[in-house]
Structures are given as C-alpha cells and as structure tokens.
Design a protein around this ligand. Structure first.
Ligand code: F3S
Length: 392
C-alpha cells in the first residue's frame, strides 16, 4: 500500500508509539482489502465501549493507547454499559461500573467526546455529503452512508479508533463510487409506519446480506423511521448503505443497469413483526431508544404517557445531549411522573440488563429484538411502544 512521506513517518514511530500502532492497524486492514492508499477523514465514531462487550482486554488496550494518543478529527463514542450518572439507581453493580468508568475516561483522555451514543448525528457529529469518515456503530454507519451521503465502511472499534488517531482510513469499499450502487430493488406494496420500518429492514437485511438495497416506498419516511430501517438492515444483514427513491441523497445514481427485483407485501411485514418476538408473555421492562431516541421520539412517548401511571418498567435510552433538550421541553418530567426513566449513555443491548432481574423485554426496534435474546439471554416482545407500555 502506498504511504505518503507523512504517513511513513507516522508508521515508523516518529509521532510516538501509539500513532505507530494505529498506523500498523490501518496498514494491516489496507493489506487485507488490497487497498492502494489511505484517505483523510473528517469524523470518527468509535464502538467498543461497553465493558460488557470489550472486557478487561479492551480496557487494557484503550488505557495503553490513552497514554500518548490523541484524536485528530472530531470523534464521538458509542454507548457504554451503564448510565454514567444514574447507574446506581438503575441497579448496575459497582464493580462493573468502576471498570466502565475507566474505559470512558481513557477515551476521554484521547479527546473523544464521551456523549456515548449510537446516534452521533443527533448530537453534532454530522459529516457533510461526500466526506470520508470512519464510523463503527453499524446503525450509525447505515445512517451516515444512506441519509447523510457521507462515506464509511463498517469499521471495527479498533479500526475506527486507529483512524481517529491517525486522521485517516483505508480507501476501499464504501469510500469508492462502485460500492455505492444498489444490487436489489425492493418495492414495498404496503402503507408502513413506525416500527414497520424495523420489520422491513429485518426482512430485507436477511435477503440482501452485505449488499445495497434500493427501496421504492409508498410513504415518505421520517428521519427516525430511516434510523430504524438502517439499524435493522445492519443487524439482520450486514448492510452499510441503502437508498430510498426520492428521499436519500444518492438514489439518482444508485441504479446501474438491471438489478434483482423483489416486492414486499403487508403480509410479509406482519410475518416479520411476529418473528421478531420470542414470547407471548407481557414485558416487565419496556426499553425504547434503539438506536438512541431523538427529541421527537421523546415527545411522542411523553404525549402518550402524560397523566398516566405506567405498570411495567419503562426505560427510554438516549444521549445526555438529547435528554438535556427533553428536560427543557418538559418531556423528561412527564415521562418520570408516569413512572418511566430516561436512561443516558447506554442501551438494552450493551448494558448488563440480564443482571437486573427482568424476564421479558419489550422493544419497538427490530435491531434490539434481534440482539437482546443473544446478548442478554432474555425473551423479547417486538411492537409499537404504545402496545408495549401498560398502564395501571
Ligand atoms: Fe444503539 Fe444499542 Fe441499538 S448501541 S443501535 S441502542 S443496540
């Protein structure tokens, strides 16, 4: 792989051992994918934060890098394993939290913004169209490529961190025009809304694998619906980019000649919705915000629970920044008055919720429904949040 003079110096350790180690990671990735060169990036988003997923080995890795590394581009962090402020009242253990805080502290030392969210595009990490970035949270990758038109591969946590520290990534895959063409045309013959988008993403992700689907929809999706669609595509398949006709910024150049074509009917979406639940039992914990809730999501939840008392437990996962806006708008107060909790910095998948004594988790996200049984060993019920929340 070709390296510029400046990159060679970084590789040879002239900018310190941490930069050299990160260059080594980038060059190794470049060699695996037969990449010709590196490309400058403008933003990074780093996963591999929860102690539940990276353990002691991950903690050691980031602490070692933090000794002398600093990021060169604006960088944000994926959710951690606990709410960094209210972990005790949520029931998370002191031992887990102690290690979790050390991980976050190491990232912070490197200059990474510890907003701990999988929706960095809601908290100011918003790359412009066509810019090269290195993001690693799969749902955020899908959003950045598809909705914002930025360019990133599905980086692993260490790859994204190395890219942030060097300000560069290997130029292959979704950084290049040819990988951004659609391979499957999906015509949706149904009126869909809310969590239907997750079910649609779940269905199409399984069909398309790591390909690029192109959707023709009857409805105009909201940004939150696009967020759920991408998260589900990225979790049931390995999708990093999708196009929606008339909606996403690259749809006009996405179809290149004949591609396979499928139609999806209402009955298939309903079937996918059913498959996403693993039980008929009622959820004792309803966990919303996968990907992390927007202010609009919080407004809708607040409107639904206002002046009522929730019977099961309700957690709404979001970032501290969105919560701050919700506090000001009064949504937090309304949700808390009804008995719900706004949980920041973490989510139902990367937090050790299996240790908190709940049996069944209710989710309105196909990604969460896909991951909770494996990651937490718990049953899930998938539905719109209005059907999951029970009142006294
Ligand atoms: Fe985000 Fe956790 Fe879902 S990281 S996309 S809320 S699984």
């Amino acid at each position: 792989m070709y390296l510029t003079k400046e990159e060679e110096k970084m590789y040879d350790g002239e900018e310190g051992p941490a930069v050299a180690k990160c260059m080594e990671i980038l060059v190794a990735l470049g060699n695996i994918y037969k990449v010709e060169k590196l490309v400058d990036i403008t933003s990074a988003q780093i996963s591999g934060v929860s102690y539940k997923t990276i353990g002691d080995a991950g903690l050691e890795f980031v602490e070692e890098l933090a000794r002398d590394a600093h990021v060169r581009v604006p960088s944000t962090l994926n959710p951690a394993g606990v709410d960094l402020k209210t972990w005790r009242e949520l029931g998370f253990s002191e031992e887990f939290t102690r290690k979790q805080l050390k991980i976050v502290e190491a990232y912070q030392k490197m200059g990474i913004s510890t907003t701990c969210t999988c929706t960095p595009y809601l908290v100011g990490n918003v790359p412009v169209f066509g810019s090269h970035i290195a993001w690693s949270e799969s749902s955020a990758v899908c959003y950045a490529n598809s909705v914002l038109g930025a360019r990133t591969n599905r980086e692993g946590g260490p790859g994204a961190l190395a890219a942030a520290i060097c300000g560069k990534t290997a130029e292959y895959g979704y950084h290049l025009d040819e990988a951004r063409k659609a391979c499957l045309l999906v015509e949706v013959d149904a009126d869909i809304k809310n969590s239907d988008y997750g079910a649609l993403g779940y269905l199409v992700g399984r069909k398309v694998g790591d390909g690029v689907p192109y959707f023709k929809l009857q409805n105009l999706p909201s940004t939150d619906e696009l967020k759920w669609l991408g998260a589900a595509l990225a979790s049931s398949g390995a999708v990093a980019l999708y196009h929606v006709e008339g909606v996403t910024p690259e749809y006009r150049t996405a179809l290149n000649g004949e591609v396979e074509h499928v139609s999806i009917e209402r009955s298939e979406i309903d079937e996918a919705r059913q498959k996403l639940s693993t039980t008929d039992k009622k959820p004792d914990l309803v966990c919303l915000g996968c990907p992390h809730s927007s202010l609009e999501d919080l407004r809708k939840i607040a409107e639904f629970v206002v002046d009522k008392k929730i019977k099961n437990q309700l957690w709404v996962c979001t970032s501290i920044s969105v919560k701050a806006a919700a506090d000001r708008m009064g949504y937090t107060q309304v949700i808390e008055n009804a008995g719900g909790k706004i949980v920041c910095d973490t989510c139902m998948v990367v937090a050790p919720i299996e240790e908190l004594g709940f049996d069944v988790v209710g989710v309105d996200s196909a990604k969460a429904a896909n991951y909770v049984p494996n990651m937490c060993g718990m049953d899930v019920v998938f539905n719109d949040f209005q059907k999951l929340i029970e009142f006294e």
